[in-house]
Every structure is written in C-alpha cells, then in structure tokens.
Design a binder for this molecule. Structure first.
Ligand code: SF4
Length: 397
C-alpha cells in the first residue's frame, strides 16, 4: 500500500490561520501544471527499481527489467486543488498513469474549497478519475467563517456535499474546526448537526492551531485574539467525538471519523508508515526510510525542475530509533499499536517497557489491550498526546 501526494500551491485568498504553502497568483496555474508533469517524469525515472521476483520468499532480481513505483492512493492537496480545470487535472493524471503503476481500484482524493466548485467542475473531476472529494467546510456559522477569513459562504458550505453527490461522488469528506474563539457550544453543536444532516461519508475534525508565522499567530501575540482555555477546548473535543459517534461515525484516529468502510485509505497509508511520493512545492515524501521535502517556493521549485533536477530542498534518513518512534506514535493515535510486530521490527519489548504506565491507563479507561494490541478508548483519545509522550520517552530511554 503506497501513495502519491500532489501539492497544488494556489488559493484565491490566503486564510489567516493557514501555514500550508500557497500563494494567490492563480494566473500561474497553467505553468505550474506543466512543471508538475515534468517533476513527475524526473522523480519517477530516479525511482524506477530493478524488478524482483519472490522465489521461496526470497526476492531475486530479474535481469535489468525496471518496474515503476506502485501506488494505491493518490491525494491532491494544497492550497486549493479545486482551482484546477478539468483539462489541467486530466493532464496531471495522464502523466501519473504514464510513470506510476497505479492500482485500478486506487483511491483518488481531491481537496476542494466549497467556494471554488460547481457541479460542472466536480463532474469534470469525476470524469478525470477522482473518486473521493474532501471539502474544507470548517463551520456553518458566519462569524466563525469570517474569523477564519474563509472565502466560502454558509450557502456554499451547505451546497457542496449535495453538489458532489449530483456529480457522481459516493465518497465525500468534510473538514470541521473547533476551538475557534467566536465559537460557542451551541454554534459547534449547530455545525455538527448541520453536517451530519448532509451525510458525508467521512468527517475530519480539527482544533484551531495558532501556527507560528501566520497572521493569526501575530494577532494572538498582540492580544487581538483571545483563545478559549484548555478546559473549554477539551469540552468541545468531547462534544465532537460524542456527537459523531452517536451519529454512526466511527473514530479511527484522533481527528478522523468515518462511516463503516469509508476510512481514508491515504490517511491509513501514512499512519501505517508506507512509502509515498510527493510532488509540487513544499511537498514531503518518504521512500525506503528516506524522507525528502521539496523547495517551499514556486519559483525555486520551478527553476530546479526546468533544469532537469529533483526540486527537493533536503533529505534525511530516519534512524532505527526515529523509525520506532514514528511507528509507535502513528499506530497509537490510529488503529492501535501491536506489541509483537513492534518487537519483531525494532527489537524492543515495548509492553514490558511500558509496564509502569499500562495498569494506570487501563484503570483510567484510557487504553485497552486485546490480542497484544494497545488501543486508545473514547477517553484515551482525549489524552492521546500525554500517552504518546510516555511511549516516546520509553523508547528513547
Ligand atoms: S483555503 Fe486552505 S490551503 Fe488555502 S489558505 Fe485557506 S486553509 Fe490554507
């Protein structure tokens, strides 16, 4: 199970809280698409590996035949990928298919801004091969959308999911935000219920983070924004978890909820530590324990690709210890940490190492251990960070 991530670094207007790389120069999209296709060619050529065959479980190389990278999940993120036209998207997808061995049943997700879509554009994306859309809805309260400086209106948020259904999508995610300064318990409950009534297949619910370097962070520093206190944020998270579970959405990660069978394969691919190629400025990829990240500037990224070079700013090889921490961290916050698999992979008996904490976590109803797999409970998700920290400390001791 491997993935592809494509970063589309354009937004109509930059939101004050956002620290993803994106710019408002939408006139540059055509040129970006050309460069992205060239990056796909360059990177895939550098990664094509000698074909191997499993003989009695032992891989052996077959001559010099080369096979391309295999991918089961593809994710267009941003920025605002829904600023792409159907034709631009088709060009990117056709280039991907020429250079990557893409599973016929692959999940193809595209992030869409409710303010930049129409039934026509969504139908074009569906025809090009996108089979899952993710809408950044965030809230159904106008003061909260205004606070976030989102470009979409409440009506556009209400229309997004029905429009996607009309365009043929049967797998739809909506992002919701909580812990927003203008938000009250009543307005959060209103947003949750409005979203549940629209019946998306998947909901990602995130609390607002004041990312350093953003205009919102600067406003916070000047005292122009007053955040809620931690207890109130925790209460909001509890309302989100409880309401979504009551409505039939299973929580399968700290921030992610899905109807049965509608978990996001791309998320699971990340959390299970599989390889993924990433394209576009600022995109991060992981291949064979080596992480790389592209230049976070459209012009630098473009100049590198134009020169026929990989546009990455840097790479790092994850050490054995870093791999163990990442494995534990990502599994705990999603579908559970299997102790025996962890021991086989990293040579550490984590269950014994965690003994000082385990009974307390079980007694407090934060975790369960069944068949050697440690899983967070409903209460445990609320203290995920504290539990993750203790696990990381145990590994690094
Ligand atoms: S639309 Fe999304 S990617 Fe663009 S600035 Fe807003 S939050 Fe960031």
């Amino acid at each position: 199970m491997n993935g592809l991530y494509l970063h589309v670094p354009f937004c109509e207007k930059k939101c004050t809280y956002c620290d993803f790389y994106s710019i408002e120069s939408t006139g540059l999209i055509d040129r970006f698409v050309q460069t992205l296709c060239k990056e796909i060619e360059i990177r895939c050529a550098s990664l094509t590996v000698p074909r191997t065959e499993n003989t009695n479980g032992i891989p052996s190389q077959i001559g010099k035949t080369l096979v391309p990278f295999h991918a089961n999940t593809i994710f267009f993120g941003g920025g605002t990928p829904s600023l792409l036209s159907g034709t631009q998207l088709e060009k990117i997808i056709s280039t991907l298919k020429d250079h990557v061995d893409i599973d016929p049943n692959a999940e193809w997700t595209m992030e869409c801004n409710p303010g930049t879509i129409s039934e026509k554009s969504l139908s074009d994306y569906r025809a090009a091969g996108i089979n899952r859309v993710s809408f950044g809805i965030q809230s159904f309260a106008q003061p909260e959308l205004d606070f976030l400086t989102r470009i979409h209106s409440i009506q556009e948020a209400l229309d997004a999911i029905p429009t996607a259904r009309a365009a043929g999508f049967t797998n739809i995610n909506a992002d919701l935000m909580f812990a927003l300064p203008p938000q009250t318990v009543a307005s959060l409950e209103h947003s949750l219920q409005t979203l549940i009534d629209l019946q998306p297949d998947h909901i990602s619910a995130y609390s607002l983070v004041y990312e350093p370097g953003t205009p919102l962070h600067a406003q916070l520093g000047k005292g122009l924004v007053v955040p809620h206190n931690e207890e109130f944020d925790a209460e909001m998270y509890h309302i989100v978890m409880h309401t979504l579970q009551q409505a039939g959405y299973e929580q399968y990660e700290v921030s992610n909820f899905a109807r049965p069978g509608k978990q996001c394969a791309h998320n699971l691919m990340y959390w299970h530590g599989h390889d993924y190629l990433a394209f576009g400025p600022s995109a991060h990829g992981l291949v064979n324990t080596e992480r790389y990240w592209n230049h976070r500037s459209l012009s630098t990224w473009q100049a590198k690709v134009d020169a026929g070079e990989l546009p990455q700013a840097n790479t790092e090889n994850l050490s054995h210890n870093e791999q163990a921490i990442e494995y534990a961290f990502l599994h705990v916050r999603s579908d559970g940490l299997p102790f025996s698999t962890f021991q086989q992979r990293f040579g550490l008996d984590l269950q014994t190492m965690l003994q000082p904490h385990l009974q307390h976590w079980i007694d407090a109803d934060f975790v369960t251990i069944n068949n050697g797999v440690l899983r967070l409970t409903f209460e445990g998700y609320r203290v995920c960070d504290e539990i993750s920290l203790k696990i990381i400390q145990s590994i690094t001791k």
